[in-house]
Design a protein around this ligand. Structure first.
Ligand SMILES: CCc1ccc([C@H](C)CC(=O)N[C@@H]2O[C@H](CO)[C@@H](O)[C@H](O)[C@H]2O)cc1
Length: 802
């Protein structure tokens, strides 16, 4: 029993509560209950324990007239919730005991829960970690987003090729949400704006209703609980019975179908602005509903809108909710008769914006005509905002330019603070994408280096290591993660190192069982588990990892008697459906993997594994079992990364570039404890200026040249020799992400890793050292930074953590 605090309920009472829900909520008795019935009953029994702290938190915030944080995000990549809630309520072991007493297996029941995959990757997962930390710190907050009927697509491989199918998490009842039919708002679209006695009046042509679904978010030890309010789209008018009676069934259900389209599916793009009208409507839909809701709440508590910034801190998770600036100005001007300048300054006083990427193709720019057609009133208001900005800071930066509405510039101008997500990224934001605005508004850009919640990403996903840490330094670390520094004193204690290794081995055995059961793939837990899991993108350089794998394959075949360190290369990740090159890279990894895995000469020494449908739940199995964390993006491209933090926390040293938060991880663990390679961001910029830099790099590396020739000539696609000719030519002619230039440094550093891993005890010490020194990357520290530097909010839990 390692859980620090006494759980609120005994296993016996909790078993009774599960049985009660089975009977009254699921209408089943134990002998006839399905896995789904047990899972729902467990979820509802846990949810019962969340409601009181939830009500209490809401009541205390109301009474204290406290300032609230509103986190607006198009994505919340939540994953499963049972274990998260059980752990935060200190109920994980009680729940396991209770289910056991009912003849059920906790792990099996937990694994039946579908992931809430309402996000693409880093940005969405960060939002979920932030919600956990806001509750743990007792900061009153609402998360606002969209209740997509279909989250991120399911990925399947058909002969190594990614195919996408619709995700269906809501096919079954979602145990954790409470529908709020009474909380709904009209969302207006299109039409025109008329000037009626000096006032601009919007005459929309379409109205959709936003209806709320609330999910409680309980923090560590159940001390506080906030709300995640997700909006679903509904028609503003009833079923068209008349058309139905006329037999025109399509017309009858059209309003419903059309309205629901807005919250039907998550756009699966995580780096390319698709510029689709429906995407713009989704962004306005949830932003307008959220602003109408928070203004109603503020007014219902007797607030004076002039003082809104003192009670409301709105954080824009990238530019996706950037329409919040013009929308809040519209609400203040058109519905509450504010003057334009007061409306703009009041709105700016509430808003802050986080930038998560420098990739030009990811910066949202809406065609002005499309924008003006869908949001004619906001188009006008943006012109007013731009005029005010010109008056304040000159005309060098425009919001509307070349027939486009630039959402990054709009978010910047309408925010009191703008932040990047790692120290390097925030500097690059000042020097590149917002250099002019940084000049105009010095001091507006700050840094808040990302973080991860240790509750999900250590305490819940890694019981063996959690227990070892509890036994070694006590149980205070889950909400004070820098306490892990206490492990440094045990790094030279052989017993501790043995237990650390044992924990890693347990997790590696669990992963190999998982791969065997799920995919029929067997891996050797004694081999090095070398893992790269993240969205597939050229800048993340999964291709370079694959090229190194083929080079190693060659090396082993050339020197079969060499002292090779057995390695399992594990890849995981989805490509945006329209991202052709990324899908080619996936296919090449699978094709090359098939050849390498089938080669008797390297059997047991090198293996490639690529489980389908990487998601949050898979990460929770892969990360604790990892020996080597691959963070190999082109320097200057990965804004932060958060997977890098999860691996280090779970005792996996990093091979990586000086990019994003890798820089700060290396500073924390020590340069000698980080396998650094590659060009720096500045060197990347310089190398790009050199003509033919890729061709020269390839000519200088026979090892690389050989690998590229093998791929080009169809060694991994014997039935379709030229399948990868284009991909290889791409490297020769426009290797924008400098795979060719960093290859040799990467290959050589991997050989250093081989040698280091071969010395098991020193490797385990290195792994434990990583865990000990990355406590700073808790999202509690990140959120405390936002609260202090941007939101100026206090914790309602006045103890030390506030
Ligand atoms: C418009 C399409 C679109 C959708 C999502 C995005 C996100 C900003 C992409 C994203 O997830 N960025 C990642 O954010 C993480 C959290 O801050 C960082 O750790 C990653 O480095 C960054 O790539 C860009 C463009």
């Amino acid at each position: 029993m390692s859980s620090p605090n006494t759980p609120p309920v005994s296993a016996q009472d909790f078993a009774a509560s599960i049985l009660q829900h089975l009977k009254t909520s699921l209408g089943k008795d134990a002998p006839h209950a399905s896995l789904y019935d047990w899972r729902m009953s467990l979820s509802l029994a846990l949810r019962d324990l969340v409601v009181d702290p939830w009500f209490e938190s809401t009541r205390r915030t109301y009474e204290a007239r406290g300032k609230r944080v509103y986190y607006l995000s198009m994505e919340f990549l939540i994953g499963r919730l049972i274990e998260d809630v059980a752990v935060n309520l200190q109920m994980d072991e009680v729940a396991s005991e209770a289910l056991e007493s009912l003849g059920q297996t906790y792990e099996k029941v937990v694994a039946d829960e579908p992931d809430a995959a309402l996000g693409n990757g880093g940005l969405g997962r960060l939002a979920a970690c932030f919600m956990d930390s806001l509750s743990t710190l007792g900061i009153p907050a609402y998360g606002y987003g969209i209740r997509y009927e279909h989250g991120l697509f399911e990925q399947h491989f058909d002969k190594g090729v990614q195919v996408e199918t619709a995700e269906t998490w809501l096919e079954q009842r979602h145990a954790w949400e409470f529908e709020r039919p009474e909380v709904n708002y009209p969302i207006l679209f299109g039409g025109h704006v008329a000037d009626e006695d000096g006032k601009a009046v919007w005459h929309p042509e379409e109205t959709v209703i936003a209806s709320a679904f609330d999910t409680p978010v309980v923090g560590w030890e159940g001390r506080w609980a906030n709300t995640l309010r997700l909006w679903a789209a509904k028609p503003d008018r009833n079923f068209d019975l008349e058309s139905f009676n006329r037999g025109d069934y399509i017309a009858a259900s059209a309003p419903e179908a059309l309205a629901r389209t807005i919250s039907r599916v998550l756009y699966p793009d995580d780096t390319t602005d698709v510029g689709k009208e429906l995407r713009l409507k989704q962004e306005y839909f949830f932003t307008s509903a959220s602003l109408q809701d928070l203004v109603r709440r503020f007014l219902s508590e007797g607030g004076d809108l002039k003082s809104l910034p003192d009670y409301v801190a709105i954080q824009l998770n990238d530019t996706h909710p950037a329409i919040a600036g013009p929308e809040l100005v519209r609400i203040l001007m058109d519905l509450h008769s504010f003057e334009v300048s007061d409306a703009i300054s009041t709105a700016r006083g509430c808003l802050a914006y986080t930038n998560h990427t420098l990739l030009p193709e990811a910066l949202e720019r809406w065609p002005e005509d499309l924008f003006a057609r869908v949001l004619p009133r906001h188009h006008r208001i943006i012109q007013l905002i731009e005029a005010a900005h010109f008056a304040e800071a000159g005309e060098q930066v425009r919001i509307i330019e070349h027939g486009e509405v630039k959402m990054g510039e709009l978010a910047f101008v309408m925010a009191h603070h703008v932040n990047g997500v790692s120290a390097l990224h925030s500097e690059l934001v000042k020097e590149t994408v917002f250099a002019d605005l940084h000049q105009a508004y010095p001091g507006r850009i700050v840094n808040q280096t990302n973080g991860i919640t240790p509750r999900r990403w250590l305490y819940a996903c890694n019981p063996p290591l959690r227990n070892l840490i509890n036994d070694t330094i006590g149980t205070a670390w889950p909400d004070d993660l820098e306490k892990l520094q206490g492990l440094n004193a045990h790094l030279d204690d052989p017993a501790f190192i043995d237990r650390f290794q044992a924990a890693k081995d347990t997790n590696k055995a669990r992963l190999s069982d998982w791969l065997k059961d799920r995919d029929g793939v067997s891996v050797d837990p004694a081999a090095m588990f070398d893992v790269q899991i993240k969205r597939i993108h050229e800048y993340k350089r999964q291709l370079m990892n694959l090229l190194e794998t083929v080079a190693l394959w060659n090396e082993i075949r050339d020197n079969p008697n060499g002292a090779w360190t057995p390695r399992v290369k594990i890849f995981g990740g989805k490509a945006a459906p329209g991202y052709v090159v990324a899908k080619e890279i996936i296919r090449l990894i699978n094709d090359a993997g098939a050849v390498i895995n089938g080669d008797p000469a390297t059997k047991g020494l090198l293996q490639v594994v690529y489980p389908e449908n990487y998601n949050v739940s898979m990460a929770e199995v892969l990360i604790p079992a990892t020996d080597l964390s691959e963070q190999i993006s082109t320097a200057g491209k990965e804004a932060s990364g958060t997977g890098n933090m999860k691996f280090a926390l779970n005792g996996a040293p990093t091979i990586g570039t000086l990019d994003g938060a890798n820089v700060e991880i290396r500073d924390c663990v020590g340069a000698e404890n980080f396998f650094l390679f590659g060009l720096t961001a500045a060197e990347v910029a310089a190398r790009r200026m050199e003509p033919d830099y890729a061709r020269h790099a390839i000519e200088a590396s026979p090892r690389l040249g050989r690998v590229l020739e093998q791929i080009r000539s169809g060694v991994f696609s014997p039935s379709d020799k030229d399948r990868y000719a284009g991909l290889v030519d791409g490297l020769f002619n426009h290797d924008y992400f400098l795979v060719t230039c960093d290859f040799d440094s990467y290959f050589d550093t991997q050989r250093v890793v081989d040698t280091a891993f071969a010395d098991a005890r020193s490797w385990t010490r290195l792994a434990a050292l990583n865990t000990a020194r990355v406590g700073w990357f808790s999202s509690d520290r990140t959120i405390s930074g936002y609260a202090r530097d941007i939101w100026n909010v206090r914790s309602m839990l006045a103890t030390g953590s506030g």
